[in-house]
Design a protein around this ligand. Structure first.
Ligand code: ZN
Length: 293
């Protein structure tokens, strides 16, 4: 039996086929342009693959309420051509198989809890910092969806007193984490591409300031046992030690937990599956749901 999986991210649609144990049989990717350009290529890839079902982890926000008229739609996405796009309906109709959808960040965490850095814990957070910022949480072994799904990248943050950048979230300007700390926000603030910022550039300390504030809030609200930080910005590994130190400083001895204070290198970590967390998560989503049907 073969299954399809898509990690639909801001830059690329990573598409592949797995067996029922999640082993990858084939994989490719397409640029995320407009639905008119990208979707036909993705459909063409899957059309003769004889998959039994398809799992999609997609950038959001998404309507994940099965009782809603717009279930399976991308809703108020900052990517305008994708707003109100019926992603589940399109694949269901064109491929004729069951389609399971979650956010790409939820899928990423599902991948990491099944095979990666959060394999042995019941409470974990996965944050990706790249083109945008997304966050997912597993609480007592269950992915949080709630009313819609968490949008942890848009929490409001305290501006650094010396930071004059006005922010670039189309909804919240410089009030939210994504507006101040996404990859494009860093590049706009310093007027340089990420790869041109030296490893000791003040940009990284400012970035760690915002990320650490957000992490402390997540720790206080959700009490995670593991925090995974991925995405293109976190490929600049110099961020990890600054973020860890800053989290400890901000907590200022509060919580008194040995995993945070004595073992922070294993508490705030990179994803084990690297860039493949979302793809493996989409496959897990598909296989799990198909078997439960
Ligand atoms: Zn925002």
């Amino acid at each position: 039996m073969k299954f399809g999986a898509i990690d639909a991210g801001g830059k690329r649609f990573i598409c592949g086929i797995t067996d029922e144990n999640g082993n990858t049989l084939e994989k490719t990717s397409f640029l995320t342009e407009t639905p008119d350009k990208t979707i036909p290529l993705v459909l063409d890839f899957f059309k003769d693959k004889e998959i039994s079902a398809l799992g999609i982890g997609c950038f959001g926000p998404l309507d994940l309420n099965p009782d809603s008229e717009t279930y399976g739609f991308i809703t108020s996405s900052p990517k305008k051509p994708w707003r109100n796009y019926n992603i589940v309906g399109t694949f269901k109709e064109k491929l004729g198989v069951p389609v399971f959808l979650d956010t790409n960040i939820n899928a990423g965490l599902l991948g990491e809890t099944t095979w990666g850095a959060a394999k042995n814990v019941k409470n974990a957070i996965y944050l990706t910092i790249g083109n945008g910022i997304g966050g997912a949480a597993i609480v007592e072994n269950k992915l949080i969806h709630g009313l819609i799904h968490p949008e942890m990248g848009h929490i409001f943050v305290n501006r650094h007193p010396r930071d004059k950048f006005t922010g670039n979230c189309p909804f919240h300007g410089g009030n939210c984490l994504e507006g101040m700390a996404s990859g494009p926000a860093i590049e706009k603030r310093w007027n340089l591409p990420l790869e041109k910022l030296s490893s000791d550039h003040p940009a990284w300390h400012l970035e760690a300031y915002y990320i650490a504030h957000a992490i402390v809030n997540y720790i206080l609200v959700l009490s995670p046992e593991k925090i995974i930080l991925g995405g293109d910005v976190m490929k600049y590994k110099q961020l990890f030690p600054i973020i860890r130190k800053s989290v400890i400083n901000l907590l200022n001895g509060y919580l008194q937990n040995k995993f945070i204070f004595n073992d922070i290198e294993n508490y705030i970590v990179a994803p084990d599956l690297g860039e493949n967390s979302g793809f493996f998560g989409a496959a897990t989503l598909c296989i799990k749901n198909f078997k439960q049907k």
